[in-house]
Design a protein around this ligand. Structure first.
Ligand code: BJW
Ligand code: ZN
Length: 236
């Protein structure tokens, strides 16, 4: 903790990569933990293009359920600490795999959303994308003005990440002195590859997680514990 505080104090450019663990203390289910979403549901039934093509209503029902969960939760001290850090560091990038919008709610200004947003929808025919903040989308599946099916504007398995967002994330990591990797199992690529990119560009990498991950052995410091407790202490 002491050396990480020192590195943060010295850093001119900091990048942060967050995952579902950062929202866990707000009450948002993660994907791969004991009670995670992928323990209760099959990825291939819900988070792929072929699942959506097969049964768009089922996929939408699941996203409506997740919207209803998110409508009840608030950012936690981990989110707020990161919003505060952004104000302090000259060059700062918050890169998130989360689709929940809690970083923005906590006041983070520049968020690179690698996996999209659950609060946006996109037409599979004309690609028009729009914000839809309703707790529950009625009349499933929703239809675009053009007649095409609307889908959640998130990134499913096998889909490319939004190109500009990904490029900005890579550039931010390459430019950083320090990368914090927080609350992610670091198994989903290309996001997990940002830790290796940081190392090979000469940045220090610090991981905050309840448990070790595949990147733990390759980084500079591992802080084990809940991000909602560790982040406020680190940034105080
Ligand atoms: C705490 C905590 C607390 C808990 N404090 N810590 C082999 C087979 C098949 C595919 C592949 C393969 N190899 C590579 C691939 C590609 C695939 C992939 O990576 N698969 C691996 C899983 C094997 N990747 C993709 O398909 C990506 N696209 C791609 O590669 O495109 C290439 C392409 C190019 C050109 C054309 C076409 C294609 C896309 C990946 C999309 C991921 N989508 C999801 C769903 C998003 C929408 C939604 O939410 O519905 O994104 S899956 C899910 O995983 C979600 C997350 O963002 C992502 C990462 O999960 P995360 O955040 O790490 O959560 P968990 O639950 O895994 O971990 C939580 C962690 O927190 C744990 O470590 C806990 O210990 C910790 N924690 N509480 C601190 N309080
Ligand atoms: Zn359309």
């Amino acid at each position: 903790m002491h050396s990480v505080r020192q590195w943060l104090a010295e850093a001119r450019s900091v990048a942060v990569l967050t995952g579902a663990g950062v929202s866990a203390e707000s009450g948002v289910p993660t994907f791969r933990d004991a009670n995670g979403l992928w323990k209760q549901y099959r990825v291939q039934d819900l988070a792929t293009q072929s699942a959506f093509a097969r049964d768009p209503k089922l996929v939408w029902e699941w996203y409506n359920w997740r919207r209803s969960v998110l409508a009840e939760v608030k950012p936690n001290p981990g989110h707020y600490a990161l919003a505060k850090l952004e104000k302090r560091i000259p060059k700062f990038a918050l890169i998130t795999q989360n689709v929940d919008g809690l970083h923005e709610l906590a006041g983070s200004r520049h968020v690179l959303r690698l996996h999209g947003s659950i609060w946006e929808v996109r037409c599979i025919a004309c690609a028009r994308q729009s914000v839809d903040l309703r707790v529950s989308i009625p009349d499933l599946p929703p239809i675009c003005e053009c007649g095409g099916l609307l889908r959640p504007a998130v990134v499913w398995f096998g889909e490319p990440l939004p190109r500009d967002v990904w490029r900005a994330a890579e550039a931010a990591v390459q430019a950083s002195d320090l990368l914090l990797v927080i609350g992610t199992s670091a198994v989903v690529y290309p996001a997990a590859g940002l830790a290796q990119l940081a190392k090979s560009s000469g940045a220090r990498v610090v991981e905050i997680n309840l448990a070790k991950t595949p990147i733990t052995s390759e980084i500079d410091e591992f802080l084990q514990g809940p991000s909602g407790e560790l982040l406020p202490r680190l940034i105080a």
